[in-house]
Design a protein around this ligand. Structure first.
Ligand SMILES: NC(=O)c1ccc[n+]([C@@H]2O[C@H](COP(=O)([O-])OP(=O)(O)OC[C@H]3O[C@@H](n4cnc5c(N)ncnc54)[C@H](OP(=O)(O)O)[C@@H]3O)[C@@H](O)[C@H]2O)c1
Length: 326
């Protein structure tokens, strides 16, 4: 039997229950993974609370979509991994557990220079930053980028990496307490997105030109202001909705804002193909090795304390990545 945190239904943190689960032996193509570090993401909160829409899931469910660990058993037909291999995964629900069964095709082999804790902190967040900075808009030297929630898990990696690519980085945060974290992540300028007119401030910082790209994970509260930050033909990347979904819009707005582009990407598109997933993960590992990004763990907790972690994440008290130890 192993211990896991399972929901009793959709709802508040009180639905998170510690349960014992019998896992059985790995099936064909699967491995049994002993998890040593589990990443926490805002999507876990959406999975816990949603009753309809894209994040609604069936309950009871073991939440969590990323972790790192060591392979303990191998099922039939697994040839590319061995017992004892250190691996991680992302976007495979069921991470809040001591051990789990998982398809070998979803595993990413960890290099020596990335610890299990770092891997759990950077699979979802680092791979997201990688595809946003290289696939959705290829950030290049001399560009100016705006990153909302710059002190957050994805935000800190985005800022560091964009800076390493030679961009000027304007970050926004929701409270003065988060300004130092955004600065430490490489922001040249840090603004408060919920006080005053951040678009006017961005215009002033860019001598009226606007930024080349906006990475917006806040959604409803910042969407229109973000469009006003763009240069003509700039790229608006709406990759999250921490404040709520952006309401349906008339696409002629994009013309009015300067013939701008709009992207609404999701990590799920990029992790479907194991080769693409591993290439994106390798990009993150190489960025760590080159010193382009540092994987700082802002908060550590025991898996048993995940309810308190969810509460802190929802109330915007956390900065950087959070890792749970089973
Ligand atoms: N599309 C994708 O592929 C993809 C992949 C991974 C994550 N995401 C999205 O990326 C975002 C960042 O994820 P993360 O796990 O790293 O979380 P996070 O950024 O560490 O936490 C969310 C942050 O959003 C800001 N925020 C603004 N308004 C908020 C509100 N009403 N409620 C809660 N937070 C609010 C807060 O920062 P301030 O206090 O500074 O405002 C908060 O700390 C999330 O929106 C997530 O869904 C998207």
């Amino acid at each position: 039997m192993i211990r896991a945190i399972q929901t009793s239904g959709p709802g508040g943190v009180e639905v998170l229950k510690s349960v014992s689960i019998e896992l059985g032996a790995p099936d064909s193509g699967e491995v049994l993974l002993r998890q040593t570090a589990i990443g926490v993401n805002l999507i876990d909160v959406y999975h816990r609370t949603a009753t309809q829409g894209q994040y609604a899931i069936e309950h009871p469910a073991v939440l969590g979509v990323e972790a790192a660990g060591v392979i303990e058993e191998i099922g039939p037909d697994v040839s590319d991994f061995a017992i004892g291999d250190r691996v991680a995964y992302c976007m495979v629900r069921g991470a809040y557990a001591q051990k789990r069964l998982i398809s070998a095709s979803q595993l990413i082999r960890l290099p020596e220079f990335v610890s299990d804790q770092q891997a759990a902190a950077c699979m979802v967040k680092g791979i997201t930053a990688n595809y946003l900075l290289h696939r959705i808009h290829a950030v290049s030297h001399g560009e100016t980028v705006l990153v909302h929630a710059a002190a957050g898990g994805v935000g800190q990696i985005l800022c560091q990496w964009a800076r390493h690519l030679g961009a000027t980085v304007i970050g926004t945060v929701g409270s003065p307490a988060k300004i130092p974290a955004a600065q430490a992540a490489g922001c040249d300028h840090v603004l408060l997105h919920n006080q005053g007119d951040f678009a006017a401030e961005v215009r002033a910082l860019t001598s009226g030109r606007g930024v080349d790209v906006v990475y917006d994970s806040i959604g409803k509260d910042t969407f229109e202001g973000s469009l006003d930050c763009l240069r003509p033909l700039g790229m608006m990347v709406c990759y999250g909705q921490a404040s709520g979904a952006v309401p349906p819009l008339d696409i002629s707005l994009l013309a009015a804002k300067g013939s701008v582009f709009l992207a609404k990407p999701t990590l799920a598109t990029f992790v479907r193909d194991p080769d693409e997933l591993r290439a994106l993960a390798d990009g993150v590992f190489q960025a760590v090795k080159a010193g382009a990004i540092r994987i700082d763990i802002g908060h550590r907790a025991s898996l048993d304390d995940v309810a308190a972690v969810h509460t802190a994440l929802e109330s915007r008290k956390l900065a950087g990545a959070t890792v749970l130890t089973p």
